[in-house]
Design a protein around this ligand. Sequence first.
Ligand code: 1PR
Length: 541
Amino acid sequence: MISLLDYGAGNVRSLRNAITRLGYEVRDVRAPEDILAAERLLFPGVGAFGAAMARLRDQGFVEPLLDYLRADRPFLGICIGLQCLFEGSDESPEVAGLGLIPGRVARFPSQALSVPHMGWNGVRVCRDAELFAGLTADRFYFVHSYCARPDAANADWLLAETDYGDAFVSAVQHGQVIAVQFHPEKSGPAGLAFLQRFLTGTVAVAPAFAPRILSAPEAAKTPHPPAPPTRLAKRVIACLDVRSNDAGDLVVTKGDQYDVREGGEVRNLGKPVELAARYYAEGADEITFLNITAFRDFPLRDQPMLEVLRRTSEQVFVPLTIGGGIRAFTDADGNSYSALDIADEYFRSGADKISIGSDAVYTVEQVRARGADGGSAIEQIAARYGNQAVVISVDPRRVYVSGPEATERPVIETAHPGPNGERFCWFQCTVSGGREGRDVDAVELARTCEALGAGEILLNSIDRDGSGSGFDLELVAAVRAAVRIPVIASSGAGIPEHFVEVFTATGADAALAAGIFHRREVPIADVKTALAEADIPVRIV
Ligand code: 1PR
């Protein structure tokens, strides 16, 4: 029996699903005595450090948890579940951690790196450990803005480190107490294998090990060459635009410049759960569902979409994003729902991130007029689920102008002139699936949403959507340069070289495609091979 320390701070459905998939039953810790009664305890910290510790305290879990850990009983902490083992975190400076591991957790410096550290990175195992046997060449899924650094004080605990800028602590182990900064439940087959080792209890107590930190003269004598740095992989994301067709069936569709009808019918490219499972098996690093007509329908009434999410999360163990209809809504009976209510339902059904489209544009207009007031969907959802859980889906279209003086919006000089030879353009944000243009440009949108707490930008292009002519490199470069959060380039992928091009030319963190995958024109493996051949780090499954 596996006990789960789910203290109600967020979505741990994916972890439950992974444990169930591996054939184990999960029991929830509901009272302090359940901790000491546990045979194996999992602590998937979710949300902010301070909130996690406050909940542990409020529920009287701290003392039994410390007793459990000090007794060296089987424990696996995940993400914040690792960070809580330290003395404290700069994320919540006033809150004490469990203090089992000396030292503090600090924020990644964001000058040169996208923060959060989001995506698939490697681990450099620092001592013999069965936990990672055969998995050291694999990548695992990380998503965090704070980390602990390896140093002399925590050397006794250090099991693995990972590089992002400088090295940070990605796994610790002391006897049977283990914690990892990555999410095994979201790390595909390698993550499930890791989790299974903990669940089966086949992990031997770590043998005595040589301290990793050597003084300079000793290091010079050591016969082993240092392990190579780990690299954060560029992510390849499969996107499924989902809507009901005219017969009322939920289908994956695909537009050309957002027009999803052909011969009057909604294009039907497959069933959402089946396609998502196929992309998982083929090595997609993430799956994104966009509920593309949710701007006009109330998504909580759209039960099939929630069911799609539930069923997908039972079999797909990479991050799942869902977008569409995340905004405040009043139904026909006068019942009001906040955007957070809708997001809650998506998270409960298995989403790891939600994406906000139209509502983000309206929010930017409001912030421009009146400033931020904490009430936007972005702020509320980020406060409850963390910044990394809030993606902004941008649907821009090029507006060509004769010169910078022709608009108040920031323009770029483009290598792809407009229909009348215009050499300048700006990127106008749209709402309602591209149906309405607003007076907000994509760079302003991305910057404002980042300031409000969004964790990632999904950058579409209506001009390139479905064209197969390559990503809009100028658009991606402009937005990438404007924000520090990760940027996903989307729309226009036609061949593997387009992925190489977008990563090389723009510094995008991820690239998303739909049509070429749905129509089986380009296998995901071919994209990864082309990237690897260009020495762009990728996760190979
Ligand atoms: O406004 O918060 O309700 O969210 C609605 C969401 O639905 C937005 O994320 C918006 O991008 C999306 N959406 C709305 N209408 C459409 C449409 O196509 N008619 N799809 C739509 C957007 C664009 C990409 C597509 C890439 C890659 N689809 O997601 O997958 O362009 O395609 P490609 O590789 O085939 O070129 P809200």
